[in-house]
Design a protein around this ligand. Sequence first.
Ligand SMILES: Cc1cc2nc3c(=O)[nH]c(=O)nc-3n(C[C@H](O)[C@H](O)[C@H](O)COP(=O)(O)OP(=O)(O)OC[C@H]3O[C@@H](n4cnc5c(N)ncnc54)[C@H](O)[C@@H]3O)c2cc1C
Length: 394
Amino acid sequence: MERADVAIIGGGLIGCAAAWRLAQRGARVVLLEAGEHNAGASGQNAGSLHFQLERRFLEQGEALAEQAARIATLNVLAVADWRAIECELGADLHVSMAGGLMVAETREEVALLEAKAAREAAAGLAVRLIDGDAARALAPYLAKSVIAACHLTDEGHADPRALTPALAAAARAAGAAIREGCRVEAIKTPAPGRFVLRTAAGGVTAAQLLIAAGAWSASVAAMANIHLPMVPVALQMNATERIAPAIPHLIQHVGRRLSLKQAHAGNVLIGGGWPARMAVRSDGGFDLARRPALSETSLAGNLRAAIDVVPMLARLNLIRTWTGTTAITADQLPIVGPVPRLPGLWVAGGGSAFTLGLTFARLIANAMGGERVRELDLFGPARFDHLNSFMGAA
Ligand SMILES: Cc1cc2nc3c(=O)[nH]c(=O)nc-3n(C[C@H](O)[C@H](O)[C@H](O)COP(=O)(O)OP(=O)(O)OC[C@H]3O[C@@H](n4cnc5c(N)ncnc54)[C@H](O)[C@@H]3O)c2cc1C
């Protein structure tokens, strides 16, 4: 039985970044990853660094938009984390922060942009609402149908295949143990502040446990007899052939599912939250061990939206479409913080954690080290504690 101060379940972006930050603080860290690090959503995503409020926060009515706007305070922190990360890790992560445009094509969508910009300004995000001609002056490749856009100079993209491996290497260099091929099969809590994790190869005992298992987090939390309202969702992405540099910005749409950018290698990556179809187990429930099936409807809808906004894309060949599984939460906000029922148990995940994962990891490592981290107050699992009234150590 290996001993650690902190055990982490999940070797995605969040788990590896937290392992690095905790080891830097002097903690003995053991991270257990079922497969290889970066095999989950962290290695499959679109690489967008979107600091403007996402469309999904705006489409469910005023009350939810108001609540979800709380995320903007974390987005402000994430801008600084992304500006510093290549230097801190000493690695080329193909970070490009040349600005982002969230576009509108109808009057109703312009009204959404206006409300969004007001919320963002209140949170300290310097978003600028501009008309279609001003948007085309910045981004001449945009279609005439674009009548307005919100411009944020910090937005951009980075390479999902580079970030987590660099974080894992930094964590190891700082003294953390990262054990791959180690699926956690059971969690016991024999005493408050003591966790015993079983894997096929043995186990780990630790005073603190961080669940950073992405789409699997709810089933991992169940091993500790805790409900976690984090649900898996399957998404679809597309890549075109490589072209010469043509699209320096991150482009998103306020009223349609669309995000696109040109990656460092020249391919245009097109996504924006189009669903794929998760497999279902014969005994019911979603089967996360199997890759989600591609949806042709999503493929056609996504490419239609992309070509409507950036017409030159119609001339490019599509070379790859893939699916991946990520986690969203019951109220769309991430879940990052301590679990009230089980002292020493922490959770970090949910939402757009390529953009925000570095920030979650930095903040939670500070909190696990005993610091008071006010930025996490609104995002902790405590807001769902009513679900755990009959759960916890038994
Ligand atoms: C197609 C797609 C596009 C996306 N685009 C963007 C984007 O552009 N911008 C953005 O901000 N976000 C995006 N996301 C979301 C983002 O990728 C995720 O929020 C983020 O990667 C989550 O990181 P994570 O570390 O929480 O989880 P993951 O990277 O999924 O890692 C979880 C790890 O836990 C491991 N694990 C699970 N169960 C166990 C167990 N029992 N024992 C040990 N290990 C276990 C898994 O093997 C996995 O490696 C996208 C997601 C997808 C799928």
